[in-house]
Ligand binder design. Structure first.
Ligand code: CA
Length: 228
């Protein structure tokens, strides 16, 4: 059963939408609190997010941008803002579909079905700079071919791709690989990071992992590649 999260501040509208989608066979979560809404939405890990733009205390466009930066979840904007420049702005920020309220139920349902179909099979893919990583199989799609990464390397790269533009603490990396950060084995972590760095360089990826003194590691875009 596909899972849809509804971000809508108007209670009646939210209930009406939830009801419609449940009857259409979806599992539904309605979001009514907008503090830390990005992380709460990502924790729900829905198959699609239905997003209102006029929300209390939060900019819907900004929210759309953050969701698309941090995940591959499809976002369907459903808003009363019917101006073309709003629609173009939302699409530019990564929204996958834009509908204005009031909207025919049939239209909403068919757009939702279309977007879900378009994203079928992409739910596990994380996007890097010029490559994709399947977080289930650790298959890396790059330069029109694919490579299966050894498990530990896949786990490490997965963490970096879900913490884009952030410094990732050693504890987080250890937890990803060994399921615990209780005993941080610096050497074992080093060995695995070195292997991943070697793989990334061999695959001529234009991103590299750099240490950040005292805090952890960060994935950055490299200025120079090894080859080419
Ligand atoms: Ca609203």
């Amino acid at each position: 059963m596909k899972h849809i999260a509804i971000v809508e501040d108007e209670v009646l509208m939210r209930e009406e939408l939830s009801d419609l989608l449940r009857k259409a066979g979806y599992r539904v979560d309605g979001i009514s609190e907008f503090q830390d809404v990005t992380s709460r939405l990502l924790a729900l890990s829905p198959d699609l997010i239905l997003l209102d733009l006029n929300l209390p205390g939060i900019n819907g466009f900004q929210l759309c941008r953050e969701l698309k930066q941090k995940s591959s979840v499809p976002v369907l904007v459903l808003t009363s803002r019917d101006e073309l420049h709003d629609e173009l702005h939302a699409l530019q920020l990564g929204a996958d579909e834009y509908l204005t309220k009031p909207c025919r139920k049939e239209r909403l349902l068919s757009r939702i079905a279309n977007v879900l179909k378009r994203f079928e099979g992409r739910a596990n893919l994380l996007e890097g700079n010029g490559y994709l990583l399947d977080r289930k199989t650790y298959t890396l799609y790059i330069h029109n071919s694919s490579v299966i990464l050894p498990k530990n390397q896949g786990k490490l790269l997965e963490v970096f791709l879900t913490h884009k533009n952030e410094i990732v603490p050693k504890e987080t990396l250890c937890h990803a690989v060994w399921g615990t950060a209780e005993f941080i084995d610096e050497n074992a972590l080093q060995v695995n990071l070195t292997r991943l760095k070697k793989t990334m360089s061999e695959l001529n990826m234009n991103q590299q992992i750099v240490p950040v003194r005292g805090s952890g590691y960060k994935l950055v875009i490299s200025l120079f590649t090894e080859r080419g």
